[in-house]
Write a protein of this length. Structure first.
Length: 215
């Protein structure tokens, strides 16, 4: 039976407790490992909307005691396993208060606990994903919040598409784009570039009034 979580933040905090206790601490260097006080939220990273996760040293908190971890909300709608491996990565940072960056302690702990790949963008091994399922997903279920799509957010939807007008002659590469209203107002359809052919729209239909073209 899975435990019912209150919300996405409750889920992240419960998952973080399990990852820290069951996966990271047993393999971390005890001379370096520090039991962190974590505050985890789903929000965009500081100074970067593209970063998928971020951990702040405790000195950045008002109390100077808490490591804040953020998970990019655009990743929340992806597989729960993806969210967990991002969380795992950031908790390793917190466990030495971000001191080692992606080297030394971080690298050794990441590999020992089942993360692989480039250390700045780690992924979980198949064995680690099985542990996520056994230790976390079977206990508290899948991540309970939809993500958001920021790619088109705030962009005005294009309602007018310009038409392409070009010279009919294959030897002339003159062309331009304009609105259909402007195309309909063209009177002289002689190509202004080569003056030896006429203008057609993107469907190959002559535009404007056909004028006589000097030989």
């Amino acid at each position: 039976m899975t435990i019912k979580v209150k919300n996405s933040q409750d889920y992240l905090n419960r998952a973080a407790h399990i990852i820290l206790k069951e996966i990271i601490k047993p393999v971390a260097n005890p001379a370096v490992f520090k039991q962190p006080k974590l505050q985890i939220t789903s929000s965009f990273a500081y100074r970067s909307k593209k970063a998928i996760g971020q951990c702040f040293a405790k000195e950045a908190s008002d109390s100077k005691e808490i490591n804040l971890i953020t998970i990019n909300p655009s990743y929340n709608s992806k597989c729960t396993l993806d969210v967990l491996e991002i969380l795992h990565h950031e908790i390793i940072h917190a466990s030495d208060n971000c001191f080692s960056g992606h080297r030394n302690y971080f690298r050794a702990t990441a590999i020992a606990s089942g993360l692989t790949g480039k250390m700045t963008a780690t992924t979980a091994t198949p064995e680690l994903k099985d542990r996520y399922i056994d230790l976390i997903i079977r206990k508290i279920g899948t991540f309970p919040w939809d993500g958001i799509n920021t790619e088109d957010f705030g962009k005005k939807k294009q309602t007018v598409r310009n038409c392409k007008v070009s010279c009919f002659s294959p030897e002339c590469d003159f062309s331009f784009r304009t609105s259909r209203k402007n195309v309909d107002q063209i009177v002289n359809n002689v190509c202004p570039a080569c003056t030896s052919s006429y203008l057609v729209d993107q469907d190959g239909v002559a535009v404007g009034q056909v004028q006589s073209i000097a030989a």
